[in-house]
Design a protein around this ligand. Structure first.
Ligand SMILES: O=C(O)[C@H](O)[C@@H](O)[C@H](O)[C@H](O)COP(=O)(O)O
Length: 267
């Protein structure tokens, strides 16, 4: 049973689940509904994945009914962030998604847009932005009418205990990046150090963003990102996820939600 689902004043929704199994069932249903709506509206579904625990939480999409009901041929896959390692390396977000998800559903191989793993982080970010530009031009990826940024149908994020999302880490100058769509870091505090990442303007231009957070190690970061903690606490990267026109949903398990202020959470 879901413990709590509440819409906040600013259009965000926070969903809290007693059991991981329920969270992942609901998440699969949510993704399949967005896919259906997007295919109906635009003929395609452009989704960007992160790495980490998120991937195992979307695994139900590979099972019935979704394995059969989702229009996989219309899916285009991107990575919100990627570690700059070979695609067959254990640290690769591509490999993680491929092994646990993409290889189990009939996605068209040419619709899977992973990074160039043979070049530097800087060049990989540049190449990836170029790929995205081409697909915006042909409207495989929609475009935001407010920011000129790509408008992904869905961006899926995890969050670290330090409040990072994608490869946007706290107190990093990358958080101020306004011009690039995809940028790089060579000093990630979470290994491996070299990564490429979507920038905040791209994340905040998406039609839908879901932040999926589980486990007690993330409870404090979830509280700081979701609750109103006043102007004295500098916003974490996760708090800076505020889609301009899109919809934001937080999917939390009970442990990750254990430090939220919300009074209704225990109802
Ligand atoms: O490449 C990465 O490291 C991920 O894309 C990263 O942004 C991840 O989503 C968070 O670190 C949460 O990871 P966990 O859910 O595994 O804690």
């Amino acid at each position: 049973m879901m413990a709590y689902s509440g819409a906040k004043e600013d259009g965000r929704e926070v969903k809290i689940y007693e059991y991981l199994d329920e969270l992942s069932t609901d998440l699969a249903e949510y993704i399949s509904e967005l896919s259906e709506a997007s295919v109906k509206e635009r003929g395609v579904f452009a989704i960007a994945l992160s790495g980490g625990s998120l991937i195992s939480l979307i695994r139900k999409l590979c099972e019935a009914p979704y394995s059969k009901t989702v229009d996989w041929s219309k899916w285009y896959i991107f990575w919100v962030d990627e570690r700059v390692v070979a695609k067959n390396h254990a640290d690769s977000n591509y490999k993680l998604a491929k092994d646990a998800f993409l290889s189990k559903v009939p996605i068209v191989p040419s619709h899977v847009h992973s990074i160039n793993d043979t070049v530097s982080a800087e060049k990989a970010a540049e190449d990836y932005e170029f790929v995205i530009r081409q697909l915006v031009r042909t409207r495989v990826i929609s475009v935001s009418d407010v920011s000129d940024c790509p408008k992904f149908d869905l961006i899926l994020l995890g969050m670290g205990p330090d409040g990072h999302i994608a490869s946007l880490f706290p107190d990093h100058s990358i958080l101020d990046e306004k011009d690039e769509w995809v940028t790089f870091v060579t000093d990630s505090p979470k290994p491996p150090p070299e990564r490429i990442t979507f920038t905040l303007p791209v994340i905040n231009s998406a039609s839908n963003v879901a932040v999926v957070v589980t486990g007690s190690s993330k409870a404090e970061a979830a509280h700081l990102a979701i609750d109103d903690v006043g102007p004295d606490v500098p916003p974490s990267p996760a708090k800076m996820v505020q889609p301009t026109k899109g919809k934001l949903i937080w999917y939390l398990d009970k442990a990750a939600a254990s430090k939220l202020d919300c009074t209704k959470c225990s109802e």
